[in-house]
Design a protein around this ligand. Sequence first.
Ligand code: PEP
Ligand code: MG
Length: 759
Amino acid sequence: MLEILRRIVQEVDSAPNFQAALDILVSSVREAIGTEVCSVYLLDDRNNRLVLMANEGFNREAIGVVSMAMDEGLVGLCATREEPINLQDAASHPRYRYFPETGEEHYNAFLGVPIMNRRKVLGVLVMQQCDNRRFDEGEVAFMVTLSAQLSGVVAHAKVLGQLEISKGSRGSATQIFQGLTGAPGVTIGRAVVLYPPSDLDQVPDRAVDDVDSELLLLAKALNTVREHVRALDERMRGSLLPDERALFDVYLRMLDDNALGGEIAERIQDGNWAQGALRSVIDEHLQNFAKMDDPYLRERMSDVRDLGLRLLAQLQEQESEEIREFPDNSILIGEDISTAMLLEAPLDKVCGVVSATGAANSHMAIVARALGIPTVVGVSDIPVTSLDDAEMIVDGYIGRVYVQPSRMLRKRYKDIIKEEQQLTAELDAYKDRDAVTPDGFAVSLCVNTGLMADVARAKDRGAEGVGLYRSEIPFMLRERFPSEEEQRQIYRQQLEAFAPKSVTMRTLDIGGDKDLPYFPIREDNPALGWRGIRVTLDHPEIFMVQVRAMLKAATDLNNLHILLPMVTSVSEVEDAVALIHRAVEELQEEGEYAVTLPRIGVMVEVPATIIQIADLCRLVDFVSIGSNDLTQYLLAVDRNNSRVANLYSAYHPAVLRAVRYVVNEAHRVNKPVSICGEMAGDPGTAILLMAMGFDTLSMSASNLLKVRKAICLTPMAQAKALLERVLAFDKPEDIRAEVEEELTALGLIDLLRPSTSAT
Ligand code: PEP
Ligand code: MG
């Protein structure tokens, strides 16, 4: 059964288009179960009707014609109940409805299984049979399993299918994709597809004018791969039998002009660049192989894939010799845009980012927010490879992407951009003000930094120091670990720029979704794996170099604080503090730099540290709450997974109560507490944090003025009353609604989003 399931899913997955996917589905299921009829009904979101989209077994003319409302027929019943309906004699059921177009009167047995994706009904998979019998338990279980496995594919194919319909029949109609907000703001620009090297599936289509030079690139790549295959054949002469070496001949023949080589060239002639042409040819062959039952031929799939990858490597090697052009107003788009990919792009030309994976608190999204680049993440349905150079609008407020926007839409978004500019200009009035509430309470507002570019923006906006310097960011911009001297210079710039104000430098926090290209950490469960202090304590040579560089950099400035990330246990802090002391002693002995012991702090990100906060406070000088990870671990929601993004909320009562507990406990033993997660930069949560009594709120420079304005206009007494009210609530959505109501009453709701957005 598992093998059949796998085959059907694979075939549907590799179908060339939406309709083919559904056709393959119904015919394979009908054959696998040995039933007479199999159909798929899909919900048309425009009119909320279930439309017959594919059928094997009865009148095919009915496809696209028969449809029913959700409260009609057995299919409607299955969709509204969201559970399987298994009937022996369908016609005697009160909800039975006869559709003459289908000719289904002969069928007695009926099994309907809903196709569900993210709690939403996408459609219904139906089997019917003449026999007067109930489908057995095994058949029902098979269909439920199949439907669950296919739901993601159907959701994806549905969007791609709509795309094709709109391309074909309505020319340049706007295509809309819904994702999650990554960084606020809206932008209009052109898509630049980014993809990791050596990943054939992610290579985009790209129109070229100069067909001849693409053909030349292809010819060179084919030649090199041929040479490699021949050399391999030669090397294996002694160790493989002639029969076994026949594979190399097969490879060479596949590269011929009348095989793959010619097909790729043809697609280049049609206007695609060599890499895109290669991807589409290999894709098509793999799809054809997938449909074959012959195991020998299916095995050939891996040869085709292997050749495809070899050719791609050659083409990409030639490409890397050229410098890639980014147009002004580039919108970076990719399956999985990492922080390193974003930072490697020419940021002065980048106006937006769209990533098919990720969620609001993915590291890349945090960096994009810090840079003020509107970003949408988790757009799982977007057909990345076909969007290179497409015109796009990115609405980071509501997590939406528009491809080929209409004139009307463009005009509307230009208005929003104008409104945003006006808002920014109004916020400028808060640049030189202190963050003091109308009833006289001052709050210290610091910034989170990582790049040198953050420094100028932070200073311009009157930051009172750096609450979090993410030291892993400069590490991401290199091809190896930076040396002690290189690090010293980088840290010195930060410390000098803010002196005498304090700069809290976090020791290297890699792992999770923060990867260094030259130190990849591959784990099944990275959020619970080798991260932050766990890595650096295992590699004291990395930790010591970094701490020594920080200490040296702070010479004569004495504004360095060191912060330890991802702490779980007291012993980790003891070990790290001991290493910091050792570094100070070493440097004092060496005598070149006049170093002093910095203040040392611990991050509260793991729930265990909340419970042991008193024990930890004894070992350090201050505490900083990393609410991004704390929320992830308290709620057991991967901050990087768009599928569970709706469960991730800093407004969750458990998060707010935990955070307040930490402030109170730390203050009881006279230790200052700051918060440096994204919660501090959201004007809504910021006023709650202010009411809790945090000593410092640290946020990205792009949020600094918004939060300062919110503080300047919210009396502490009012914030405290709001906090008491919301702490009694038991649901995040109720808390958020209450806070937004308060912001509206204070005239501050525009700080969350411009009034014209959020449609
Ligand atoms: C946090 O977890 O809240 C934090 C500030 O660290 P990062 O987002 O870099 O993991
Ligand atoms: Mg963290």
